[in-house]
Design a protein around this ligand. Structure first.
Ligand code: FE2
Length: 156
C-alpha cells in the first residue's frame, strides 16, 4: 500500500537520507564507546567500564529507534557495514586507553551530533514539513546532551 501521511515523496526521501547519515554516525559512536569499554585502563577502570556500557546500551536503542523512524516514513534503513562506513562522518582515531583522551574524544563526538541534530530539527520541520521527525530528533538531541554532560563531568 502506498504511503499517504501528508509529506511529499521528495521531502520524505530527504529526511530519510539525513536520518541514514545520522544512523551511520550513531553506529560509529556506539562502536567507539564499546571499544573504550574494552580498552580503558586506569585507577577508575570499573567506573569507566560501567559508564561506557550504560552509554553504548543507550546508543544501541537509539540506533534501533532511528532505523525504525526511517521505516516509518517509508524508506529503508542502511544496515550494511560497508554502507554505514561510507555514510559516517565521525572520526575514528586509534583507540586511546587513557580515560582523559577517551572522554575528550567521546565528548567531541556527542557535541558534533548535538550541533547537527539542532539544525536537523529546524530543517525537518520548516524545510521538509515533517513535524514527526523534527520531534523525534529533538528527543535524540536531549539524549546526546545528557550523555555529553555525564562525560564532561569527569573532566574537572
Ligand atoms: Fe562488557
Amino acid at each position: 500500500m502506498k504511503i499517504n501521511i501528508g509529506i511529499s515523496d521528495k521531502n520524505r526521501q530527504a529526511v530519510a537520507l539525513e536520518l541514514n547519515k545520522l544512523l551511520a554516525d550513531e553506529h560509529v559512536l556506539y562502536n567507539k564507546t564499546r571499544n573504550y569499554h574494552w580498552s580503558v585502563e586506569g585507577p577508575s577502570f570499573m567506573e569507566f567500564h560501567k559508564l561506557y556500557e550504560a552509554q553504548y546500551t543507550d546508543l544501541a536503542e537509539t540506533i534501533d529507534q532511528i532505523a525504525e523512524r526511517i521505516r516509518t516514513i517509508g524508506h529503508f534503513a542502511e544496515g550494511r557495514l560497508k554502507e554505514i562506513i561510507q555514510l559516517a562522518t565521525l572520526d575514528e582515531p586509534e583507540a586511546p586507553v587513557d580515560q582523559k583522551s577517551q572522554i575528550a574524544n567521546l565528548s567531541s563526538d556527542h557535541e558534533t551530533l548535538i550541533q547537527r541534530l539542532r539544525k536537523m530539527i529546524t530543517q525537518f520541520d520548516e524545510e521538509f514539513k515533517d513535524a514527526g521527525s523534527a520531534d523525534f530528533v529533538t528527543g535524540l538531541l536531549k539524549q546526546h546532551e545528557k550523555m555529553a554532560w555525564m562525560l564532561r563531568s569527569y573532566t574537572r
